[in-house]
Design a protein around this ligand. Structure first.
Ligand SMILES: Cc1cc2nc3c(=O)[nH]c(=O)nc-3n(C[C@H](O)[C@H](O)[C@H](O)COP(=O)(O)O)c2cc1C
Ligand code: SF4
Ligand code: FES
Length: 564
């Protein structure tokens, strides 16, 4: 960002790369664009050795990401179908759809069909259609519903259901555009033309906005932390949204992408970043296309680009796509992926605010967090702080899964009883089914039993119950599934998605899955507790540290012995 007497910039040094990473050092020394590796691997005929040779990189620099990311590692036929096997789709079909799709296409997940060599099935974990699962993507074409296999075979019409979005807070904030008709780009022109970083920080501070990506970190503190280190800086909007059961980021990116871009522009301005990046998971191809379209429109309208509103500010926003990895939503793993490396978690410190993307001070914020920023700047931080509960201000969008009578995304204020969300907004369960367990906050959240729904919807209350609000997805499980089945699905997710960077999680998730469902199950209780304790205490990131809490809460709700 070019600053003209404004408190928005750092130095003009070229971007550095993380000093400890050998491939980055190599790439910098020889001027090789290692960050283009994922783009090149995306080509259907891309062979890692050929990509390495074309870029002049060591073979290992390309083998790393190509074997790590599911999209590159999965075998592909000419007809490639990604089928969701995660919690909400599993709950929708009691797990049957994976077998049905595989049988219909003649290919078991992870293979190309032998019949005609053409079809391949890849099991993925969440496609953002949790409200109408089970779901699949054929190429980039979605379909969802109980007759998924018939849809894929052309025996039933393809369904691409649209999610219901409702505002149940006093005023719509992040859904202001979708349900409130409020136009985006209302706050930005004034801020760009005559605002200061200090003014914006004062409003965000007054709002007490906390990150919606799961960790609940204070947004103003994160932005201030990045400002403490010399630039150039960068802001990344995290649209990885891996939690099965959550789809609000997808809805925001698809239906109101300009609000996200405005929030991102304001964040860039405030921390003095000339570059913003929207990172979109590859399971959301439509969202990536909509955000790209919105960036072009915003550039054409003069909201982004050179000398915005005659302010001397140059601001560019680009879109980057993931390649199939849950842990790549963790901010340091995300940065590795953007640098063209394997999407594994980096040890912290240093935190991204100090040394993030290519060594630059970096702010990573969730899409829903950034989508709240324009409203706060337009209506005032105090107005936002007046919503919600003490200590947990504003609004949160809760996503309800397919098993509910009225699945959809509901913007609510923290503090209301969870029972209201489940029974009044969600309409209880569909088809007269009985709620057996409610998963809140995805695989790093926790489970509640039907008698625990009077708890307030808040981080603090859920934490006391060994759960977490996370990204506020809610997956309902009915009486058709046993606790063992739900536990098996959770461990399968954990084993498949562990990034493998640290052994307590890499080995622990495998042992956990085996002890839950493999040979020798259920296994001695003492061994199961030891696996959970080791993961919780010694894992490098919140994935390995939080999965044990989710397992323990599930075992409590279903009365499964030996997982305490
Ligand atoms: C395993 C793991 C996966 C995560 N996935 C996401 C994700 O998909 N989207 C997201 O915004 N944050 C995710 N996070 C949290 C990010 O690391 C980070 O805290 C967040 O993007 C910061 O934005 P916020 O402060 O606005 O919440 C994940 C964290 C972990 C440990
Ligand atoms: S806890 Fe799991 S996901 Fe996190 S760094 Fe370790 S292996 Fe990777
Ligand atoms: S689409 Fe299957 S869990 Fe989200």
């Amino acid at each position: 960002m070019t600053a003209q007497g404004r408190d928005v910039n750092g130095s003009d040094d070229p971007p550095g790369r993380t000093a400890q990473d050998p491939f980055s050092r190599y790439a910098r020394r020889f001027g090789r664009p290692i960050e283009t590796v994922p783009q090149m691997l995306r080509g259907t005929d891309a062979v890692p050795a050929a990509v390495a040779s074309a870029l002049g990189l060591p073979a290992a620099a390309v083998e790393g990401p190509s074997s790590f990311f599911a999209d590159f590692a999965a075998p592909r036929g000419t007809r490639h179908v990604r089928v969701c096997g995660a919690a909400a789709c599993f709950a929708a079909s009691a797990g049957r759809h994976l077998g049905e799709v595989a049988a219909a296409l003649g290919a078991v997940p992870g293979t190309v069909s032998v019949n005609d060599g053409g079809a391949s099935v890849q099991e993925v974990r969440c496609l953002g259609y949790c409200y109408s699962g089970p779901a699949a993507l054929e190429g980039d074409r979605p379909c969802a519903g109980g007759d998924l296999a018939d849809q894929l075979l052309g025996r039933a019409p393809r369904q691409d259901p649209v999610a219901e979005v409702q505002c149940r807070s006093r005023v719509p904030v992040v859904t202001a555009g979708i349900v409130g008709g409020e136009q985006p780009w209302q706050a930005w022109p004034r801020i760009a033309a005559s605002g200061t970083s200090r003014d914006v920080l004062a409003e965000i501070g007054a709002s007490r906005l906390r990150g919606r990506g799961g960790a609940g970190f204070s947004t103003v503190r994160k932005w201030q932390a990045a400002l403490a280190y010399p630039g150039p800086r960068v802001v990344v909007a995290n649209g990885d949204e891996g939690d099965p059961g959550s789809y609000v980021d997808r809805l925001l990116m698809e239906r109101d992408p300009h609000r996200l871009l405005e929030g991102l522009a304001i964040a860039c301005f405030t921390v003095g970043a000339a570059e913003g990046i929207v990172f979109v998971r590859s399971e959301y191809p439509h969202a990536a296309a909509e955000v790209r379209r919105a960036v072009a429109e915003a550039e054409a309208a003069g909201q982004l680009g050179a000398d915005v509103y005659g302010s001397g500010i140059d601001l560019r926003i680009r879109v980057a796509e993931g390649a199939g990895s849950y842990v790549s939503g963790e901010e340091t793993a995300l940065l590795n992926g953007l640098e063209g490396l394997r999407g594994v978690v980096r040890p912290r410190p240093p935190y991204p605010a100090e040394r993030g993307l290519f060594g630059r001070p970096t702010v990573v914020n969730n899409v829903e967090t950034l989508a709240a920023v324009p409203w706060i700047l337009q209506h005032g931080g105090e107005a936002y702080a007046g919503l919600g509960a003490r200590g947990e201000t504003g609004t949160v969008v809760v996503c309800l899964s397919e098993r509910f009578g009225r699945p959809g995304a509901y913007e609510v204020e923290p503090g209301l009883p969870i029972r209201r969300v489940v029974e009044e907004f969600g309409g209880g369960l569909r088809d007269g089914a009985t709620l057996r367990a409610l998963q809140v906050g995805g695989p790093l959240g926790g489970f509640l039993g039907p008698e625990e729904l009077d708890l307030p919807l808040s981080e603090a209350a859920l934490a006391e119950h060994g759960a977490a609000l996370g990204h506020a997805g809610m997956v309902a499980f009915d009486q058709r599934l046993t606790g063992e089945q739900v536990l098996g699905n959770l461990w399968a997710f954990a084993e498949a998605e562990s990034c493998g960077q640290c052994s307590p999680c890499r080995v622990g998730t495998r042992l956990g899955r085996m002890l839950a469902s493999g040979p020798g199950a259920p296994g001695p209780a003492e061994r199961r507790s030891r696996v959970l304790d080791t993961m919780a205490e010694a894992s490098l990131c919140a994935f390995g540290r939080r999965v044990p809490a989710a397992v323990r809460s599930l075992a409590r709700v279903y009365g499964l012995a030996g997982w305490s």
